[in-house]
Design a protein around this ligand. Sequence first.
Ligand code: CA
Length: 223
Amino acid sequence: MRLLVVEDDKELNRQLCDALRSGGYVVDTAFDGEEGQFLGETEPYDAVVLDLGLPIVDGITVLETWRRGGRSMPVLVLTARDRWSDKVSGIDAGADDYVAKPFHMEEVLARLRALIRRAAGQSTNEFVCGPVCVDTRASKVTVDGAMVKLTSHEYRVLAYLMLHKGKIVSRTELTEHLYDQDFDRDSNTIEVFIGRLRKKLQVDIIETVRGLGYRVVEPDHVA
Ligand code: CA
């Protein structure tokens, strides 16, 4: 899952990015409203953390511009403590949730998990398909209850496909949602990860849809 963090406080920005990366996300970062707005308009994100008090363009304007332009990714707004009017304007501008500063990183992570799964129509943090279970709280994968050790890249591929279970996900989409903007993308590597995942899971839940991409389906439905 790929996230964008727009926060002008350099230290807070770094703390957020570190926590999110440790949580298994890839993260792009912006330090002002103009850069943040541009990234949100041009790159596909699974969720955005947006500070409201930003230089050049303020957070509310950024959010309103995204929504007017049809960008519908979940947005978690960071508001100043006790500024209830910030929360109201944030939600009116199209925010999906907010966290007041100062906050605990765990709360931000929990709220993002909820926003991402809800946007994909999932009701819990555990994505299940046949004997395979991806626990996004712990970033753990089990098959029939037994832990399967995956690299962070393999985990990201599987978690993304499981989040969108039943839907065809193209290689381009996978690449765009698994790497940050600076990564040298090569869609062939996705095939390698899929191959390794199939071997490690030892159960066929990842279907290759010729010319279109991949789809997670219940084991007995794999074509
Ligand atoms: Ca700020």
